[in-house]
Design a protein around this ligand. Sequence first.
Ligand code: MRU
Length: 318
Amino acid sequence: MALEPEQIVRLEEDRVVLLDQRRLPEVVVELECRSAAEVAAAIRDMAIRGAPAIGVAAAYGYALAARRGGDLEEAYRVLAESRPTAVNLTWALREMLDDPTPERARELHREEVERCRRMASHAAELLAPRTRALTHCNAGALATGGYGSAVGALRTAWERDLVEHVLVDETRPLLQGSRLTAWELEQIGVPHAVIADSAAASFMAAGEVDCVITGADRIAANGDTANKIGTYGLAVLAAHHRIPFCVVAPTSTVDLSTPTGSGIPIEERAAAEVSARSPARNPAFDVTPAALIGAIVTEDGVHRAPYTESLAGVVARA
Ligand code: MRU
């Protein structure tokens, strides 16, 4: 059974409660955050992750600070600084400025899930019957606060009998694919197999991939798209093998104030996530150039190149 939005993150009387994604799927346990600073720590430490989901968590954290009569400037700052790449975080906080109430935060959460359902429906229309898809990281309900973006599209397509199988990139170093996406696909009954990230090229060469479908953390005005590290490599591989590469993300992920991907801040996380004993580099995201992206699907519909035109005027709205 699919995860409900309130199971992923919710605001209670005096706390934000979230499903701790660091320990899934082996351990299903909730984490309680009693201040904006604790919500920010949960985002930074990736107890909750995925671009729209961290926006929703930040909105709840801000509403919690407002309800307690806390320092809202400080709450905004600590939440906005918790992770740099996904624009949904600052988008959600800005949305909360005029009305920092629990009701507005819950409405924002509902709106994000509704966007997912709409874009999933648009994206499913791009898939032919018996599609064998490949996805990277986790762009499912856990990453969006409910339903999912890329995984939501696969879910809708599965319900329309369009999906044969999904290859799930393991997604080093934190294994969002093998831990979270595989778990979600199992819950909704979609046939899938986890692969090592480095196996994607061979499956494409063998003709076992009909499309690559991912989420996004920030989409620049020209369509350049930041997503989990490894996405860029997949897009290059997909182009080489003439496989459609499709990004599914809500308009809250589109950042028209950043003209191109070179302006997107890329988070570098702790070396210890990659290697316990050697020096390591750990960029958490990369930027896929717009030229490698066949379609960007939002709740508004399917956007095609040139994205500077097709994304112009895109704004997140209810
Ligand atoms: O570091 P993470 O796990 O927060 O990275 C998440 C991703 O890269 C997702 O693909 C992206 O947020 C899209 S989620 C709908």
